[in-house]
Design a protein around this ligand. Structure first.
Ligand code: ADP
Length: 299
């Protein structure tokens, strides 16, 4: 079984000609509200593929929290670990201008209140997990508590996004099997190390030196690289016509957690996950774009 511990957000999207300057008001398009947040996205991606998936997260006692819970349940996610409290559900306020550029304000809201104590209270849920999947839209101390709380046999997958301003704790890095990063996250994590080189293979080697047991670097249309201390495998992505890449990384990571929980080795799980990521970019939206197992293109 897969347990995702992470964020749940409502994405509030308005199209504008251009973003307002200070003190200015502009008119925008009709509001569109999508369920989002990296944790909620990953859980939906895995459950839609058929994984037994639970989400440990926090939402507010409000309309967005209910929308997110409904979306999780519709995909088949076990929501018994989703805590509902007085702090509002996290939201991302997104404006998209006429050239397609985003401006985003995130209010973490309830996500920032998922505490180490919440993790300890969910020990039953975590003990049943073969794989725990983590991201960094919740407090780092909460992520660290998950790493301490899970039994040694549980495999920990971490997508360190958004990359924190401080270094990741060594105990968190050491637990990652794999650490999953896109090119941007790889560059930021390696920002301080000089002479790393500029190929995915060199990034993976430098990331392994930070302590994780294995590393996956996702490379958009080029697929993904899986690496551990025995070696690296480049897995190309199937060729598709990309319509909207929002949430592709979360589709990839949810699928990866699903296959690792099913017993695949890392290269085999990555071969499946790139096909799921590719399928997700052929449709609009994040969670709305995630495929069922039958919709995953042949590898
Ligand atoms: P993120 O969404 O975090 O930036 P990537 O862009 O690396 O991450 O995408 C994650 C995965 O989604 C890739 O490894 C690949 O499988 C798939 N993917 C993303 N963009 C494309 C694309 N244009 N064509 C095919 N697959 C894609």
């Amino acid at each position: 079984d897969l347990v995702v511990v992470g964020s749940a957000n409502a994405d509030l999207v308005v199209g504008v000609e251009r973003r307002p300057a200070a003190g200015e008001t502009v008119l925008g398009s009709d509001l569109v509200v999508h369920p989002g947040g990296k944790g909620a996205n990953q859980a939906v991606a895995a459950a839609r593929l058929g994984a037994r998936t639970a989400l440990l997260a926090r939402v507010g006692d409000d309309a967005y929290g209910r929308m997110l819970l409904d979306g999780q349940r519709a995909a088949g996610v076990d929501t018994s670990g989703v805590l509902v409290g007085r702090v509002p559900t996290g939201v991302a306020l997104i404006t998209v201008d006429s050239s397609g550029d985003n401006g985003i304000v995130v209010s973490p809201g309830a996500n920032a209140r998922l505490t180490p104590a919440d993790v300890r209270a969910a020990s039953g849920l975590l003990a049943a997990a073969r794989v725990v999947s983590l991201q960094l839209e919740i407090p780092l101390e909460t992520v660290a508590e998950v790493v301490r709380a899970v039994p040694p046999i549980t495999r920990v997958v971490l997508n360190p996004s958004p990359v924190p301003p401080t270094e990741l704790p060594a105990e968190v890095l050491a637990a990652c099997d794999p650490l999953v990063v896109n090119e941007h996250e790889a560059r930021v994590l390696l920002g301080e190390s000089r002479g790393v080189g500029d190929t995915p293979g060199e990034w993976a080697a430098a990331l392994l030196a930070l302590g994780p047991r294995s590393v996956v670097v996702t490379l958009g249309a080029a697929g993904a690289l899986a690496a551990d201390r025995q070696g690296a495998v480049l897995v190309p992505s199937p060729r598709v016509t990309a319509v909207d890449t929002t949430g592709a990384g979360d589709a990839f990571t949810g699928a990866l957690g699903h296959r690792l929980a099913a017993g695949d080795d890392l290269p085999t799980a990555v071969r499946y996950a790139v096909r799921v990521g590719a399928a997700s970019v052929t449709r609009r939206g994040a969670q709305d774009s995630y495929p069922t197992a039958a919709e995953v293109p042949a590898g």
